[in-house]
Every structure is written in C-alpha cells, then in structure tokens.
Design a binder for this molecule. Structure first.
Ligand code: SF4
Length: 110
C-alpha cells in the first residue's frame, strides 16, 4: 500500500469515526460517548459489547435488557441481562443436540 493509499484509508476511518461519534446521543453527561471512546481504543470488551447493544436498540438502555434476539451472540452479554435461567436451559439443550456434530467438526463453518 502506497503512502497516499494509507493516508486515504486513515482519512476514511477518521471520517467514519467522527460521523459515528456525532451520531451517539449526548445523554447522561456524555456517558454513551465516553463508553464508545473506551471501546474503540480497545480498552474494554465490555464497553464494546454494551455499545453495540445500545446502538442496536437506538440507545434506549432498558431495551437492551428486554432484547428477544436469542440467537444473537451478544445476547448473554447484553447490558441489563436478566432472567438467564430459561436461556441457559435452552442453550444446554441445543448443545446436547449439537455436541456430536461439533465433535466431528460438522458444525464448524470456518
Ligand atoms: S443482544 Fe440484542 S441488543 Fe445486543 S446486539 Fe444482539 S440483538 Fe442487539
């Protein structure tokens, strides 16, 4: 990659980050924005997960806890997660069914 291509790439990334920052609601004394800044610096995976969930529910904190997208890989980590018992039982049942497939490498698509 040439210096010019690298400079253009950096500019595109910077523009995207600036646009996204401006899109985050400036609520709770900038708490959402600070959380996102922590996430993009790679300082906190928990902050990254919380940001992704909050973005997913249009920054309505209570909505993430009520999320019903059980197949989402972030579901068990979402902010406000509660009532894990039913989810954990369902996951164990799925694991029990798919464990032989996993052992044979059939369920792995990578
Ligand atoms: S767990 Fe729910 S709120 Fe979080 S990213 Fe997935 S679908 Fe969105």
């Amino acid at each position: 990659m040439t210096d010019s291509e690298t400079a253009n790439r950096i500019r595109r990334i910077e523009d995207d980050l600036r646009r996204w920052y401006a899109h985050i609601p400036d609520l709770y004394h900038g708490a959402f924005r600070r959380l996102w800044l922590r996430a993009i610096q790679g300082r906190s995976k928990a902050a990254a997960i919380k940001c992704k969930c909050l973005d997913c529910v249009c920054w309505q904190q209570s909505e993430a806890g009520d999320c019903g997208v059980y197949h989402c890989p972030l579901y068990p980590y979402r902010p406000g997660a509660r009532d894990r018992e039913a989810y954990d039982i369902a996951v164990r049942r799925v694991m029990a069914c798919s464990a032989p497939q996993e052992a044979r490498g059939e369920a792995d698509t990578e």
